[in-house]
Write a new protein. Structure first.
Length: 364
C-alpha cells in the first residue's frame, strides 16, 4: 500500500515500547520511508521505568528500540543528549522545587528535548516529518494547527504536549491518535510481538527512582538538608502548628507524610520558600477558583477571545472543570465556575474546547 507517501521520509521516535513500535508499523503500511531515532537522556533510569513500557530512556530500551527498527527494516540512530537533558529538564525540575513549586518535567522535556531535538535531527537526516507514539491527534482550521484529544480518552496525552509550536505540529504525525490501547496491543500481537503486546505501563518520571523526588533532590542538591532544613508549619492565620522537614519536601494538596497530628485532616495549601514556611489548611481552604497562567502557548486561536469558556485541566489525571479565560498582558487569568482542589504553582494548565486544545500555560 503506498497512499502517495512513498517519497515522504519520517523520523520515528523509538522508545523500544509497544506504542512507538506499532506507530512505526502503521506508517510503513501507509508507505512512508522511516528513519528511527532514540535519545539517551539519563544514566540511572528507575527500575520501574526499565521494566515497563514507559522506560523511554533506559539503556535497555535503547537496544530494544534498535532491535525493533532492525526487525521492521529501517535504519536507526542512538543519539546521546544527556548533557542537554541535564541542563534543561533536570535543572528546571530541581529549581522549581527549590522555589516552592511543583514541576512537570514531561512537559519541559517534550518542548525542549523531544521536539526540539527531533526537528533538528529530522532536518539533518532529510526527513519532512517526525512521528511519535503519543495518543493525540492534530487538527487544522483557519491556518492554525492544534492538538486534539486522542480517541482513547483514558490514554490521551495532549496535557503533556501543550507547548508544541505551529512548526512542531505542522511536521508531526501521531499514528496512534485514532486508536485505543487495546487496539494497539492487538496490532502488536497480530504482528507477532506477543511479549511486547503484554508489557505493563509505568507512570513514573523516567529519572526519578521509585518516584521518590525527595531522595533525588537530596542526592543532587549540594548540602540539601543543611540549606533546606526544618521550618514551621502554620495554619492559614499564621498560627504555629509544628515543625516540618524543609519546604521542598512538600507539595500543594499533600495530606500524607506530614508527620503532624491535628485532630482533623489537614492539607498543604501554600508554600513560602522565603520564610521556609508550609501552610496547612482544611479541605475547604485547599479550594480555589482563580489563578494566573504564564508562559502561554496558544494553538487553536492566534489571539484569545476575552472570556472564552473552556474546560481547564490542572493535573493529568483530572477531567478538568469549566473556566473562563481573560488575557492580561502575557498572562491569562483563569476563573473556574466552581471551586477546585489544589491549584498548584509550577504545574501545567491546559485549556480545551471539547476535544480541541486551545492552549496552555504554567500555573503561577
Amino acid at each position: 500500500m503506498n497512499n502517495g507517501n512513498n517519497n515522504k521520509k519520517v523520523l520515528m521516535a523509538m522508545s523500544g515500547g509497544i506504542d512507538s513500535t506499532v506507530a512505526a508499523m502503521l506508517l510503513q503500511e501507509q508507505g512512508y520511508e522511516l528513519v528511527g531515532v532514540t535519545y539517551r537522556t539519563f544514566d540511572n533510569i528507575s527500575r520501574g521505568c526499565m521494566e515497563k513500557e514507559k522506560g523511554c530512556c533506559s539503556v535497555d530500551s535503547l537496544f530494544e528500540a534498535k532491535r525493533m527498527a532492525q526487525d521492521l527494516g529501517f535504519e536507526h540512530h542512538i543519539l546521546d543528549i544527556r548533557q542537554d537533558f541535564k541542563d534543561t529538564v533536570i535543572t528546571n525540575f530541581i529549581d522549581e522545587y527549590l522555589h516552592g513549586r511543583t514541576p512537570n518535567p514531561c512537559v519541559i522535556c517534550n518542548s525542549t528535548i523531544k521536539w526540539g531535538k527531533l526537528i533538528q535531527t529530522a532536518d539533518e537526516l532529510g526527513c519532512q516529518y517526525i512521528a511519535t507514539g503519543h495518543y493525540a491527534r492534530i487538527g487544522h482550521e483557519e491556518g492554525q494547527y492544534f492538538l486534539r484529544k486522542g480517541a482513547d480518552i483514558s490514554k490521551d496525552q495532549t496535557y503533556f504536549l501543550w507547548t508544541l509550536t505551529q512548526e512542531n505540529l505542522a511536521r508531526t504525525i501521531f499514528p496512534l491518535g485514532e486508536l485505543t490501547k487495546p487496539e494497539v496491543r492487538k496490532i502488536a500481537f497480530d504482528h507477532g510481538y506477543e511479549k511486547l503486546s503484554k508489557k505493563g505501563e509505568s507512570q513514573e518520571i523516567c529519572f526519578i527512582p521509585d518516584n521518590d523526588y525527595r531522595a533525588f533532590l537530596a542526592e543532587h542538591v549540594e548540602n540539601f538538608h543543611g540549606k533546606y532544613g526544618p521550618g514551621d508549619f502554620v495554619d492559614t492565620n499564621g498560627k504555629h502548628l509544628g515543625s516540618h522537614k524543609g519546604f521542598p519536601n512538600y507539595t500543594i494538596g499533600q495530606r500524607k507524610g506530614l508527620g503532624i497530628a491535628l485532630g482533623q485532616p489537614m492539607f498543604v495549601v501554600a508554600i513560602h520558600p522565603d520564610t521556609n514556611t508550609v501552610v496547612l489548611g482544611t479541605k475547604d481552604e485547599l479550594q480555589g477558583k482563580t489563578f494566573y497562567a504564564k508562559n502561554i502557548n496558544l494553538m487553536k486561536y492566534k489571539t484569545l477571545p476575552e472570556g472564552l469558556e473552556v474546560t481547564a485541566k490542572i493535573r493529568y489525571r483530572n477531567e478538568g472543570k469549566l473556566a473562563s479565560l481573560f488575557p492580561e498582558g502575557e498572562r491569562i487569568r483563569v476563573v473556574f465556575h466552581e471551586s477546585i482542589d489544589s491549584i498548584t504553582p509550577g504545574q501545567s494548565a491546559v485549556f480545551y474546547e471539547n476535544e480541541d486544545v486551545v492552549g496552555g500555560g504554567i500555573i503561577e
